[in-house]
Design a protein around this ligand. Structure first.
Ligand SMILES: Cc1ncc(COP(=O)(O)O)c(C=O)c1O
Length: 453
């Protein structure tokens, strides 16, 4: 398959083999969050955003596995580097308990490992003075460790601040910060002291125009809650304030500069560690390495995962506890392949100028998506290739996802009535044009049908 000429080609979706795989999988798997009955056939042709399923359907994947496969499938930018690596056993190692290298010295290493990944991560986070990393296995662990280190740094502290509609993971600790769907949290015990603030729902929001409830009472709810006169939270007892610079699961919500400025001012004023969750928005997705780079904020801790292939909590050395054994994880960053792919991904972003590409292709996509959209498209928004189209109703959104799939385009819902589009960071002009034209056909088809009425 050649991505320069490939086209989506769908016979029936899901096909008979897809159904068999889903049934086989479901026989033993706990119900979870499978978004489509798309079954990738890892033995068949794929290139960049194009992928073949177990029925031979060729699909254009604008989900990038929710950002966890940032360059799509079989991407030569990664596979060429991986070919240099002969598999070793054990490949999954106790990497937080034992060191490893691929040659006599780090400089002569045949391939990069977790030490190189941490070096790269501090390079791309040096604008925030960050020089230290703790590697883990997942996004939730990256956030959990951010909670732990900031609790230590600010000890004794008893509060943490989160925002409405946020998603920070599904471990019990991170669920206490997750305020999106109720199904994630119902009946589970919460850690104490978590205070929730309104998240900015309007990217043009100012103190004068705000109707999300953040700016209120002549200041902001955040500022007022910490005020010595009338506030109910002692700022000295706050371990962290955490936010997604752009909310993912909550609906690809882009906050206003003024909202971010207020968050920055308040956290600065009281020295509250600002933890940004970049698990969905980071590693180049928005046209900057971190979405935080678009805003007037100075994070103290960055939590990353997904596109990085491992979890990472990145910060300044003084924020991490110095005591041995205070942090740990058997496999954290010790999956040789995960660390290597994370490093190769960061290298590919630099070597192929993919931040600029994401910005260019994102602008192309939003311009095309905004052309002649019908009334029931309420908003088209994006930064880089973190793109969203919001509809008037959840049913309309679901119908568009289904119509797009029938035409061979994989998309994903988020929030209540929004579709998110995450094309690969190295998408070409042709791929964006193709994907958007299929998407707009699906939008038209839904408008013409009774499905969403
Ligand atoms: C913003 C954000 N934070 C945290 C997580 C949790 O990551 P993981 O599923 O790797 O634990 C996710 C996953 O979707 C996410 O989008």
């Amino acid at each position: 398959m050649d991505r320069d000429t490939a086209q989506p080609d769908v016979d029936a979706f899901p096909g008979p083999n897809g159904r068999k795989w889903v049934e086989f999988h479901g026989a033993n798997a706990a119900p979870s969050e499978y978004s489509h009955e798309f079954v990738w056939d890892i033995t068949r042709e794929a290139d960049g955003p194009f992928v073949t399923d177990v029925d031979g359907n060729v699909l254009l994947d604008f989900t990038c596995h929710i950002g966890a496969a940032p360059l799509g499938y079989q991407n030569e930018k990664i596979t060429a580097k991986l070919r240099e690596f002969d598999l070793v056993e054990p490949m999954k190692i106790a990497g937080q308990d034992l060191y490893f290298g691929a040659g006599p010295t780090p400089e002569e290493s045949a391939v990069p490992g977790s030490s190189h990944l941490m070096e790269k991560l501090t390079d791309v986070s040096s604008q925030y003075g960050m020089d230290t990393v703790f590697l883990s296995n997942s996004g939730a662990e990256a956030v959990e460790n951010a909670m732990k280190i900031t609790h230590d740094y600010r000890a004794p502290s008893k509060y943490g601040i989160t925002f409405d509609d946020s998603f920070h993971g599904r471990t019990l600790g991170t669920l206490s910060l997750t305020k999106s769907k109720e199904v994630y949290t119902r009946h589970y015990p919460e850690i104490s002291g978590i205070e929730t603030m309104p998240f900015c729902a309007d990217r043009g929001c100012t103190a004068d125009t705000c109707d999300c409830g953040f700016f209120a009472g002549g200041g902001s709810q955040l500022r007022n809650s910490l005020s010595p006169e009338g506030g109910h939270i002692n700022p000295d007892e706050i371990a962290f304030l955490t936010l997604e610079p752009i909310q993912g699961v909550g609906g690809y919500r882009f906050p206003s500069q003024e909202f971010m400025q207020e968050v920055a001012d308040v956290t600065d004023e009281y020295d509250i560690p600002l933890v940004v969750d970049e698990i969905q928005s980071g590693v180049g997705r928005t046209g900057e390495i971190w979405a935080a780079d678009h805003y007037p904020i100075e994070p103290d801790v960055i939590a990353s995962a997904k596109a990085l292939r491992v979890g990472a909590t990145i910060s300044r050395s003084e924020i991490f506890p110095s005591e041995k054994n205070r942090l740990g994880s058997t496999f954290g960053g010790g999956d040789l392949l995960g660390s290597m792919m994370g490093t190769f991904t960061l290298e590919a972003i630099q070597e192929h100028d993919l931040l600029a590409n994401a910005t260019r292709r994102g602008t192309q996509a939003t311009e095309l998506l905004r052309e002649d959209t019908p009334d029931y498209v309420e908003d088209v928004r994006g930064k880089g290739l973190m793109l969203a189209v919001e509809f008037d109703t959840p049913d309309r959104r679901a119908a568009v996802v289904a119509e797009a799939l029938d035409r061979g385009l994989l998309t994903l819902g988020c929030g209540k009535k929004t579709i998110r589009l995450l094309p690969p960071l190295d998408s070409t002009e042709r791929e964006i044009e193709l994907g958007v034209s299929i998407f707009l056909e699906a939008v038209d088809a839904v408008g013409a049908s009774a499905k969403a009425a």
